[in-house]
Design a binder for this molecule. Structure first.
Ligand SMILES: O=C(O)c1cc(=O)[nH]c(=O)n1[C@@H]1O[C@H](COP(=O)(O)O)[C@@H](O)[C@H]1O
Length: 272
């Protein structure tokens, strides 16, 4: 099944636009996991089980694993999600971008080694740097557009030759030229609802948007839902990581993560 179909199905089955981001920071782990060599895998798989009923997918962030020499735990985590929650898409957040020959290897890493349903990539190096990912016809390619961080404005707000800011040129390119196989998405931060609305208007209803920035980064849920939704009331993977993962540092960390995910899903659904 293609990424897009799997995501459509997950939105329908889960009645949720929430994506839980898996950004494991061992310094914030509960005491019971201290000194376990597989603490990252144990933490993330418990969070996955606790939050799965309330989400449309999971987004592991590769740097949190690679920086701790824990790519093997990321592999095991992706396999765990596929086995125990096979209907929920995995978006590997890697934000890759490089020349084609190197991109082929990044694509193989994401789609073969980790067997992710989709990966995040940067558009900065242009179409030939994106093509190797698009060759994986059944996988999703989610392209940075208007990122959630303040410094994203340094380049993304620059005006281009036709008067559009750069982030809208990215949206336009993806919407009209790059997405020939219907497998592309765009990253737009919840911290920029006006720009989120502009991107949705530019690309129409069918392009899914990955929207990080609610929770720890303070993005407003009603403004996000109003700005980025499509006519079907779906169209977004609204990501929250730290606010869910570390909802409690006590013994109730699993239940607290589940409660936080449910509350976030409900807050989103209340304004859909
Ligand atoms: O591509 C992303 O996921 C991403 C893009 C962006 O513009 N902003 C952003 O925060 N992210 C990621 O989304 C997650 C946000 O985490 P929290 O702020 O803890 O919810 C992190 O994994 C970021 O790397």
């Amino acid at each position: 099944m293609t990424f897009t179909r799997k995501l459509d199905q997950a939105w329908a089955d889960s009645n949720s636009l929430l994506m839980v981001g898996l950004d494991p920071d061992p310094q914030r782990f509960p005491a019971e996991l201290t000194d376990r060599p597989d603490a990252i895998l144990q933490f993330c798989s418990a969070i996955v089980d606790a939050t799965a009923p309330y989400v449309c997918g999971f987004k592991p962030q590769i740097a949190y694993f690679a920086s701790r020499r824990a790519e093997d735990q990321l592999e095991a985590l992706c396999a765990y999600i596929r086995e125990h929650h096979p209907t929920l898409p995995i978006v590997l957040d890697a934000k890759r971008g490089d020349i084609g020959s190197t991109a082929e290897n990044y694509a193989r890493e994401a789609f073969e080694r980790f067997d992710a349903d989709a990966v995040t990539v940067s558009p900065y190096m242009g179409f030939d740097s994106i093509e190797p990912y698009l060759a994986w016809r059944d996988r999703g390619v989610i392209i940075l557009c208007r990122t959630s961080n303040p410094g994203g404005s340094d380049l993304q707000f620059l005006t281009t030759d036709n008067g559009d800011p750069l982030y809208l040129r990215v949206a336009e390119l993806v919407g009209t030229k790059w997405n020939t196989n219907g497998q592309c998405g765009l990253v737009v931060g919840a911290t920029f609802p006006k720009e989120l609305a502009a991107v949705r208007q530019r690309v129409g209803d069918s392009v899914p948007l990955l929207v990080p920035g609610i929770g720890a980064q303070g993005g407003d849920i009603p403004a996000t839902v109003q700005a980025g939704g499509n006519a079907a009331g779906t169209g977004m993977m609204i990501n929250s990581s730290r606010a869910i993962l570390y909802a409690s540092g006590g013994d109730d960390w699993r239940e607290a993560a589940g409660r936080a995910a449910k509350a976030t899903r409900d807050a989103i659904n209340a304004v859909r």
